[in-house]
Design a protein. Sequence first.
Length: 362
Amino acid sequence: MNIVKKNVINLKPYIPGKPIEETKREFSLSRVYKLASNENSLGCSPLAQKAMKESISSINRYPDGACFYIKRALSKKFRIKSDRILLGNGSDELIDVIIKTFVKKGESVISADCTFLEYEIISKVNDVRFIKVPLKGFKYDLEAIKKKINSKTKLIFIANPNNPTGTYVNGQEVNRFLKSISKEIVVVFDEAYIEYVDKKDFPDLLKNFQSNVIVLRTFSKAYGLAGLRIGYAIADEVLIGYMNRVRQPFNVNTLAQSAAVAALKDNVFIRKSRELVLKQKKFLYKQFDKLGIEYIPTVANFILFRLGMDCLVFARKMLKKGVIVRDMKQYELDNYVRVTIGKEKENMTFIKEFVRIIEEDI
Ligand SMILES: *Cc1c(COP(=O)(O)O)cnc(C)c1O
């Protein structure tokens, strides 16, 4: 095939968690729980819903390309200047903008071998090399990443907490790493799940900010706005300035902008979401322990666990029982599955069906 670029031929498509409606249709089910994509099972803030309804009347107009109000709200929240913030159509778009802004053909991107798949896919779409460094004990191995750096290295992605493992690298490790590498290498810390973290030694990257660091955050997870597509980057204003030239002019839609401004004000909703996850995490750990299931302790709203059977077989059995979980085939962890921590009822159903599958298997 000469019609398509070589780097595109070799791409594997991203396989998302199966949507609820599709699962209902395919298996003739009336009740389906989705615990596959780390979404917030409580929905989103009622304030965000109200704000969205109010903006519907203005959707004949283009959105505010500068995202003024949401930048102002974030700038107040974090006490940083607005020009250190860039909004994106989800952090997925910002990953693309970052690669396009900083990495030339012939240069390379480094990340872990078992991490958010978009880093690799988007690097390859942009025809730049993607180097994978193995995790160590399911955790990012910053020392090993440092050893892989060479004159071609331009960008490093660190998902912190990591998806799909739920592990994190602490402040001390991060500081040591940042001190030891060239300031010409851009280091992206993707903090999609930071709202759920309950560890005192988690790095506070917004304090003593370094000129080569970019922090990514999103409204898709704890804020419950995955369907709207909105995320943001915080970095030195010089880096943000260049990224701002690369992004699409109207990348964040009107409804997403209004909902995000309102969602940021709703501390009660975030607190509830966090408390639910922390409480339900304990419930799931206890059930896994009882069943003798090995799992990786997590600081996010999902748990990676190990099975005695192939993950595809397990996920398919779960689907038939109306519970969508994420098999780890794409991550080459054939005996692992990732489950999102949901509401009490969802988690209980997940465990109940899990037990039935194990019993059927014996
Ligand atoms: C879910 C997830 C994202 C995606 O965020 P969007 O803002 O929805 O594009 C980014 N990074 C990681 C590590 C994630 O798990």
